[in-house]
Design a protein around this ligand. Structure first.
Ligand code: SF4
Length: 376
């Protein structure tokens, strides 16, 4: 069981908060697709022949590609890997790319899950963030995908946006819930250094949501989605029953994955590696057979730290028998010692030999995970 992530590093325009690797220059797109297909084929040994259960095209903006690009990518995958016929195959899409013709085209390809970057239904904020769509386009695109037969749609939302209040957030949630997507990812806006948004904050043109407001927005998110039948299965992710993202869940459950394309990360159970974050260096490296990735062998302490960060964040929690079996008595005892104050405070609990966040713990999950990490 394994996953494949494909990075599509093209965006028509840069959103002001984004620090993902992407470029607005699309002149190298054809060259890129060729290099990407070559990488996919060359790395076929990386996953040790395991069956591919999830494929995820992320970005950047995968919905900037055309049918032939997708066909080439899928040929490279299906020719070189054993893909489960029931695999979850996701494409991230920008709402304004999802025209009638484009959605019809996507429906002819192996995609069975769509992830739409909506972020908010507030037109003024969408425009401030330099998103390309407005609220109505997002709603229309969602319905168009539904009508075209996509029965598994995820939407991304953001909260803690400039000028956000409980009222504006509730309005976004009202609209999101009315669409009934199978999956909702909701992230607090982060002012990443180096972004235009960060500069605007430094120049006092926008201000960050304070901690009290952020907590109330998160609380509102959790309670509104729960009331409407969504399961809160990871800190930022909610789904209708059985509709969790299988691809993202594989990151949190230690399943191997191969990432192809610039800046993509891979994990084989012992090491992680990541490709260069430059389109030119990536294409040259693939074409000339030079190394495009860095690799980090993971010692037991690093693997333990990954185990803490990936398991505690989910509703499935940390299986303590696995902790002991894979990391030994020293780290097992250390983990429980560091968890104990949080168990005493009611922010962590042990149920069925599994260590989990309690509803109160979810609000301070970063601090809890950080306390449990092994520090040299
Ligand atoms: S479309 Fe996505 S990847 Fe591209 S700039 Fe905006 S947030 Fe970043």
């Amino acid at each position: 069981m394994a996953g494949i992530y494909i990075h599509i590093p093209f965006c028509k325009r840069r959103c002001i908060y984004c620090d993902f690797f992407s470029t607005t220059a699309s002149d190298k797109k054809n060259e890129y697709i060729k290099a990407l297909c070559k990488e996919i084929a060359e790395k076929k040994g990386y996953l040790g022949g395991e069956t591919i259960d999830t494929i995820y095209l992320g970005g950047g903006t995968p919905s900037q590609l055309e049918k032939d690009d997708f066909r080439n990518i899928f040929s490279a995958i299906y020719d070189n890997y054993n893909v489960n016929p029931e695999a979850e195959i996701t494409i991230e899409a920008n709402p304004d790319d999802l025209t009638d013709g484009y959605v019809e085209m996507l429906a002819t390809l192996p995609f069975n899950r769509l992830s739409m970057g909506i972020q908010t239904f507030n037109d003024d904020i969408l425009s401030l963030l330099k998103r390309r769509h407005n609220a109505q386009q997002a709603i229309d695109a969602f319905r168009r995908c539904r009508n075209a037969g996509f029965g598994n749609i995820s939407i991304d939302l953001m909260y803690g946006l400039p000028g956000e209040s409980i009222e504006t957030w509730n309005r976004d949630l009202d609209t999101a819930i009315s669409l009934m997507p199978e999956h909702i990812s909701a992230y607090h806006l982060i002012y990443e250094e180096g972004t235009v948004l960060y500069r605007l904050k430094e120049e006092n043109m926008v201000s960050e949501a304070d901690e009290d407001l952020s907590n109330t927005l998160f609380e509102t998110l959790i309670s509104r989605l729960k009331e409407n039948g969504y399961i809160h299965y990871e800190i930022s992710n909610f789904c209708l029953p059985e509709m969790h993202s299988r691809h993202n869940s594989s990151y949190w459950t230690g399943i191997k994955y191969l990432g192809c394309g610039p800046s993509a990360h891979s994990y084989d159970g012992h090491s992680r590696q990541w490709n260069v974050s430059s389109l030119e260096k990536y294409i040259d490296g693939i074409n000339n057979g030079t190394d495009i990735s860095e690799i980090e062998e993971l010692d037991i302490y690093t693997r333990y730290n990954d185990f803490v960060i990936t398991t505690i964040r989910t509703v499935w929690g940390m299986p303590l028998d696995k902790l002991k079996a894979e990391y030994g008595d020293e780290l097992y005892d250390y983990c429980l010692k560091m968890a104990q104050p949080h168990i005493d405070q009611g922010t962590l609990e042990i149920k069925d030999n599994t260590l989990k966040l309690t509803p109160n713990g979810i609000f301070i999950s970063d601090g809890i995970m950080s306390d449990m990490l092994w520090v040299e």
